[in-house]
Structures are given as C-alpha cells and as structure tokens.
Ligand binder design. Structure first.
Ligand code: GLP
Length: 255
C-alpha cells in the first residue's frame, strides 16, 4: 500500500486528483464512492472537465453501494448524491452509469449488478472512503473476503454515524473491490484515525474489512494529518519499503 499523508482535506483532494490525471488515459471503468471524503476530489474533476482538460465520455462508472428500499430519486440516496456532485457536471453518458438498483428482489438485484461488473469489467480505478468502523463500501465488520454484491443490514455503529434513510443497503463485495486494478482510498479527520491505523498497521481480517487492502497490489491511501494521527509508527517502519518527505507538511511511504 502506498500511503500519502497531506496537510489537510484540500491537499488530500488535490493529491487524489493528481493521481487520477495520471491514470485517466487508462480508465475505461471507474469505480465511485459517496460520502464527504471524495467531494473535494470530484470538484476538481468537474473543474478539469470545464477547462477541457479531461473527458469521461467513454468511461463506464460503477458505484459501490446504495441504500436499499428507497427510490433512487430520494434526496438522501447515493444516486442523488452522485448526480449532484459529479454526473450532472461532466460528460459521463447516462447509459454508462451503473448503480445497484435500490428496490426489488434482492437476489435479482445483486445478480444483475454482478453480471454488469463481469461483462463490462471491474474498475481500472476504484475510489474508496472508509467508515469509522473500518468498513469499505458497506462491507461491515464480519464481511467475508470472497463476498460479491449483496444486500446487507447496516451495523448499529454505522446507523449512528450515517443516520441513513434505510437500515439496509446493496453493496459491492470485498471480492469486487479488490478486483479493481488500482484503488484510491481517501480519509480525512480524527474520526477516521482509528480505522485508518487498523487498515494500514493492523492484522488482516474481517473485523476491519479495509485491512484487506493490505494485500491489494496497487492501493493509494491518501490521508490528512488527522486521519493519520494514530498510525502505529513501529509497525509502519518495520514494513516500510520507501519513504519521502515533501514540503507543505506532506509525506509518502510505501509498505
Ligand atoms: C458510507 C459509505 C462508504 C463511505 C463512508 C464514509 O458508509 N457506504 O462508502 O466510505 O460512508 O463516508 P464519509 O466519507 O462521509 O466519511
């Protein structure tokens, strides 16, 4: 895992965008996440589109998850969030937007999404956030490594943090996420510090689903100082292959 620690949210978003620009010529399938963490990054993408620097016209997008049992048009749905922050502001084609259906028969919904992923391909780049309990997408603690898209019940801790419009969600599985070629994970703020330290330095296992990213070949974890504030330096140093300090209170290490 390549870890970038940046001075604040803005710098984190800028670093994610710089990596995105580097990878964009190779992105045919883009995996997207919701939440506050990627908002600044999406803003930079929309600005770059406006400036004519990039086009996403031929890109397929797959979103990680959606609340189950509400309409996609619901103001708190993840589909609405993506429309507001990205889809309405760039040239992604409506037909290329893939989202788990939010209503219907669970097995049919999950099979349909898995089929789309298999036919079109897993993301060349997957954007991720992390939950305070270490979840990625809605793979809550206890999620098996081999799981694919499925309907899950949110844990009590996620319900308290997210205040969701439904206690159920459809989520891509860890197997789907880990099949992405590259992953950019964004984490900012002190509330993420514990989950981040367990993701990077803790044992690999289902109690912290994000820890499985340790075995992914090309994950970029981009953190701000607060999210990085509980990293176990001894563990990190033991596993460190490379480390570089930049100006602006930024540093990078490769594990
Ligand atoms: C939700 C989403 C996750 C996201 C997490 C963190 O639980 N299902 O994909 O990573 O929230 O959100 P935020 O970035 O707002 O902290």
């Amino acid at each position: 895992m390549k870890v970038f620690v940046e001075k604040n949210y803005e710098a984190m978003s800028q670093m994610a965008f710089s990596l995105f620009l580097k990878f964009v010529p190779e992105i045919k399938v883009l995996g997207l996440a919701t939440g506050n963490s990627p908002v600044g990054f999406y803003k930079r993408i929309t600005e770059a589109y406006k400036e004519g620097e990039i086009s996403l016209k031929n890109v397929h997008t797959f979103n990680l998850d959606e609340y189950f049992g509400i309409d996609h048009g619901h103001p708190e749905s993840y589909r609405t969030f993506m429309g507001n922050h990205l889809f309405s502001k760039v040239d992604i084609q409506e037909n290329n937007i893939h989202f788990p259906e939010s209503k219907g028969e669970p097995l049919a919904i999950t099979e349909n999404y898995n089929r789309q992923l298999d036919e079109i391909g897993h993301p060349d780049l997957q954007v991720l956030g992390i939950g305070q309990n270490g979840h990625i997408a809605f793979n809550e603690p206890g999620s098996p490594r081999h799981a694919r898209t499925r309907v899950i019940r949110l844990t009590q801790s996620t319900i308290e943090v997210n205040n969701p419009p439904s206690k159920y969600a459809v989520t891509m599985g860890l197997e789907d996420i880990l099949s992405s070629r590259r992953i950019i994970l964004l984490a900012s703020g002190r509330s993420k510090a514990d989950a981040v330290s367990r993701m990077i330095g803790g044992p690999l296992g289902y109690t912290v689903p994000a820890s499985y990213l340790q075995e992914h070949p090309e994950t970029y974890a981009i953190l701000d100082h607060e999210a990085a504030s509980r990293l176990d330096i001894d563990t990190v140093e033991k596993r460190m292959k490379e480390s570089v300090e930049f100006g602006n209170d930024s540093y990078y290490f490769d594990l």
